[in-house]
Design a protein around this ligand. Structure first.
Ligand code: GLN
Length: 546
């Protein structure tokens, strides 16, 4: 049957339920258990791929090509394992299966009802994911907060699983404890209400993860224990941490792994490893800064600046920096600013490296192309990711190969020099408005050029990386661009699709059609990010390549 921990949010969202789930998984994995984690998003969208990034944050892509919530990325980074399609669930996805099964007479003539058939489908999916991952312990993070209309059916599924096997199912309530400025005291009342609301769904929490800006004190622990009917030792203080990677250590100090295993009737299978604690030590002690600019466009919502859209890029930069024992200093730059005020491009001079991540559509593209020109001409290490690769090809075509009207057909379908164009298999999908889950998605192999920087970085001839795109390098321009000095550093095994370009006469100019950021892990930085940061540290922009 396996063991299951449902992680449910109280009071408000966005307080680190994903990190808490991943950290719980990590400490159990460190005791020798095979752990997996599932994310439930209660919205109707079948996946995260069709949502506006500003609204939803990053779309994380799995090896098997699912477009998921960024929490799946958090699980992969903490658990250092690949997570698959089965581990991501939305209301849309669940209903779609129920309806398709009904159409195929799968319910054998029964009246198909919201309850129990929808929660049953949810349970079926949870068990299926557990089986595929061969997990002994499965965490299931239910998106949103308790009391929301949308997640009731998921809570019902959790209740049903607990009823069927009470010793195998636990519940953790991740709740927020505000400290209002004017009162200056941490308040437990909203958490008490959250626990009551959870009770009305037939669930009592086994653990309360108390998120707050400060640690929880004894009187408040007692209060939560009494009113939420949770043992005092199972109320875990989770104050804001310097880094999310510290959360497993904060949990360890409060013996959370031991408490969970005891409730499941399990023994630790091994001593906990020390490498994670060493990583956190490094994160807290690094001082020498390295300044990396990330140039994108999905930053602002009203008067707030978001970096969630690029969370995997951000984490990949950090992992590489910690590997080199330096402190990442990341500057978010909106490429539209370079269009509004071209003088602002000079701001790039203060950077040691430039990254242009993935993106879609026209807005901000000319600013990106200008930023790439600046990085190329001034020998600033450049790493382009997906759209950042396509923009680099456009820039090179325009400013080095003299094809001044070069563009991608995503922006200008009638471009005179369409150096980036739609992939053959994508044409019909776009024409038919068949957008959901139809990009070129997930892991594909790529063969590296023997003389490329990428080949050296990876230390392998063939690699596998994750994709999410509809457009590609137009091979009709391959000869003219390579004659001018562009290197095709990586291609699909059939040699048709350009996966990596490099500029050999630049200290570090590498741009990929795929998204390396999805595969970077805290203790295993991605080779391209690692070498990019190495180049930034060498100060390559000041030392032109000989
Ligand atoms: N818009 C580009 C394409 O569809 C790049 C996509 C991306 O950056 N993820 O090919």
């Amino acid at each position: 049957m396996g063991k299951y921990i449902f992680v449910i949010g109280g009071v408000m969202s966005g307080v680190g339920k994903g990190t808490s789930s991943a950290a719980m998984g990590k400490i159990l994995q460190d005791r020798g258990y095979n752990v997996t984690a599932i994310k439930v998003d209660p919205y109707i969208n079948v996946d995260a791929g069709t949502m506006n990034p500003v609204e939803h944050g990053e779309v994380f892509v799995t090896d098997d090509g699912d477009e998921t919530d960024q929490d799946i990325g958090i699980y992969e980074r903490f658990l250092n394992t690949n997570i698959y399609k089965e581990n991501y669930m939305t209301t849309g996805r669940v209903y779609l299966s129920v309806i398709e099964r009904e159409r195929a007479l799968g319910y054998k003539g029964k009246c198909v009802e919201v309850v129990p058939h929808v929660p049953e489908e949810i349970v079926r999916r949870i068990r299926h994911a557990t089986k595929r991952a061969k997990a002994e312990i499965t965490l299931i993070e239910i998106g949103g907060t308790v009391g929301e209309y949308q997640n009731i059916l998921f809570l019902e599924a959790a209740r049903m699983m607990h009823l069927a096997s009470p010793k195998d199912v636990l519940f953790a309530l991740v709740s927020y404890l505000p400290i209002p400025d004017k009162i200056g005291e941490m308040k437990t009342k909203p958490t008490q209400h959250a626990a009551r609301t959870l009770n009305s769904a037939g669930i009592n929490p086994d653990f309360v993860i108390a998120r707050s800006s400060r640690p929880l004190d004894e009187p408040r622990k007692r209060k939560i224990s009494l009113f939420c009917a949770v043992e005092k030792e199972d109320i875990i203080s989770a104050p804001d941490a310097d880094t999310v990677y510290e959360v497993p250590i904060i949990f360890e100090k409060q013996k959370l792994a031991e408490r969970i295993l005891a409730k499941f009737g399990l023994e630790p299978k091994k001593q906990k490893p020390k490498d994670w604690a060493r990583l956190v030590q490094t994160i807290k002690s690094v001082k020498k800064p390295v300044r990396i600019g990330v140039i994108g466009k999905y930053f602002s919502t009203g008067s707030f600046v978001l970096s969630d859209v690029y969370i995997s890029v951000l984490e990949a930069i950090k992992h590489a920096c910690w590997h080199h024992k330096v402190k990442p200093e990341i500057l978010w730059m909106n490429s539209e600013e370079f269009e509004k005020d071209p003088k602002k491009i000079k701001d790039l001079a203060k950077l040691e490296g430039v990254i242009i991540p993935g993106g879609f559509g026209t807005r901000g593209i000319e600013g990106k192309v200008e930023a790439i020109r600046h990085a190329r001409e001034n020998n600033i290490p450049y790493l382009g990711l997906c759209y950042g690769m396509q923009c680099a090809v456009i820039e090179f075509a325009r400013n080095v190969a003299g094809l001044s009207a070069a563009n991608t057909t995503e922006i200008d379908p009638k471009a005179k020099y369409p150096v980036i164009h739609i992939m053959d298999e994508q044409k019909d999908k776009v024409d038919d408005k068949d957008y959901g889950g139809t990009m070129r998605l997930g892991a594909y192999p790529c063969v590296l050029h023997p003389d490329s920087l990428s080949r050296k970085a990876y230390g392998a001839k063939t690699i596998s990386e994750r994709h999410r795109h509809r457009y590609e390098f137009n091979n009709a321009y391959r000869d003219i661009l390579t004659e001018k000095g562009l290197m095709i550093a990586g291609r699909s095994p059939d040699r048709r699709l350009v996966e990596i370009i490099e500029l050999p006469n630049h200290p570090f100019f590498v741009a990929t059609q795929f998204h390396p950021e999805f595969k970077s892990r805290p203790l295993h930085p991605h080779p391209l990010f690692r070498e990019f940061i190495a180049a930034a540290l060498r100060g390559d922009k000041n030392n032109k390549k000989k």
